[in-house]
Design a protein around this ligand. Sequence first.
Ligand code: PRT
Ligand code: ZN
Length: 284
Amino acid sequence: MLRLAIQKSGRLFDDSVALLHDAGISFGSNPGRLLRTQAHNFPLEIIFLRDDDIPEYVEEGVVDAGIVGENVVLEKQRTVRTVERLGFGKCRLCIAMPKNTGYQGVQSLRDRRIATSYVRVLNDFLEKHTVRADIHEISGAVEIAPSLGLADAIFDIVSTGSTLLANGLREVETVLESEALLIADPALSPEKADVLDRLLFRLNANRNAKGHRYILMNAPNAKLGEIIRILPGIKSPTVLPLALEGWSSLHSVVPEAVFWDVLEQLKAAGAEGILVVPIERMIL
Ligand code: PRT
Ligand code: ZN
């Protein structure tokens, strides 16, 4: 049985639950009230925690693994292993200053007062640039610190940037691009490591499927060579004869990233009746 911590409520909750459900794991979820639950069909216990506590619980072995923002993992500096980047909860940790303050690079922060709840990440960044500044730790509503005269700059999470804008601030440095991570205790028992591998296998099958499309088309046999060269595929495309003499049907898998380019090239090369189908799971 693997014990996995996810955020009890907040920005990572829905995506964390969806990730597990998409992996075919079913459990009762009742945000805000339920503190732990056991999956019905997978050896997994889910513990609902505040995100700030997850790295410490993983380090201490209270839970075996957790889903938490990279920003929190870096700030807490606990000994945990990053198993997988999960692609949701994306945000950046930025330094921002009042709109009208001049900024000529990191040196402009020298001896400035910077308000943040990410003291360690900020400290590491300033040390790397050999800039000494005055860091003020505050736990929330960091964005209003400059207008209250409490700080000259802030260091905080930005997503759309609308909170900065509403507080008359502008982003001057991006220090970290963050997303949700699956972290684990570096010293899992073989039995737990095996459950984690099974979970990862499912997550990867879903992720691969989301990044690809299944494509089917008809083409005259004379054009097959050219079309096969265009199709990336996993190994090579499937080619089946059509009932109509001199024609074939081709099937292949195309990565999402190059999908539209490939489609245009196929059409230009003489492919017809092109069908594009989503893939549910994909094991490479
Ligand atoms: O209760 P608990 O301690 O568990 O939750 P929390 O309140 O500490 O965290 P929560 O739920 O707000 O965020 C959880 C994680 O989501 C963070 O640690 C980040 O990894 C990630 N994340 C992604 C964000 C944002 N986007 C985000 N926009 N966390 C916070 N914000 C804040 C930001 O600080 C700003 O104040 O949302 C506000 C709006 O941002 P803009 O730029 O879209 O205006
Ligand atoms: Zn928190």
